[in-house]
Design a binder for this molecule. Structure first.
Ligand code: SF4
Ligand code: SF4
Length: 137
């Protein structure tokens, strides 16, 4: 797999799209129930990621030496180039009714959202929807 700097990104975000803000996914690890899943520690340790996860209504709590995500609705398994992922069709609470980011231009907007997408794999599932394109390395 190539690194992000090996690609050239083109395009720009389309106001009123919001397609990438309507779900969230994690690499599939241990599931404890329909509404709980173990996630990597980075989601709890990194303030920006923790904020982004929280905006999707997900609470994080210590679980042994790991971190458990308590989900607002059940997850489903999806296959991706990263391997199996836990996909949660939960929209971000900052997404307005007309599919705009209420945090746009504000310090509270997660850095992840400012730089998205960084890699072609970020667009998996959004092919033909997202206006960004990558040329390849
Ligand atoms: S903070 Fe804004 S850009 Fe980021 S997921 Fe939420 S609505 Fe989308
Ligand atoms: S899917 Fe692409 S075009 Fe749509 S909001 Fe996300 S980044 Fe913008």
């Amino acid at each position: 797999m190539k690194f992000p700097h090996e690609y050239v990104r083109s395009g720009e975000c389309v106001a009123g799209c919001g397609a990438c803000c309507k779900s969230i996914s994690f690499p599939l690890r241990v599931s404890v129930g329909d509404n709980q899943i173990e996630v990597d520690r980075i989601y709890a340790d990194d303030p920006g990621l923790r904020h982004w996860v929280g905006l999707h209504g997900i609470q994080l709590q210590a679980w042994g030496v790991g971190v458990m995500a308590i989900l607002p609705q059940p997850w489903v398994v999806r296959q991706s180039s990263y391997g199996d992922i836990a996909f949660i069709p939960q929209r971000c609470s900052a997404l307005t009714g007309d599919n705009r980011c209420a945090l746009h231009g504000q310090a509270e907007r997660p850095l992840l959202c400012e730089v998205y997408p960084l890699h072609p794999l970020d667009l998996e599932g959004l092919e033909g929807v997202c206006a960004y394109k990558f040329k390849g390395g």
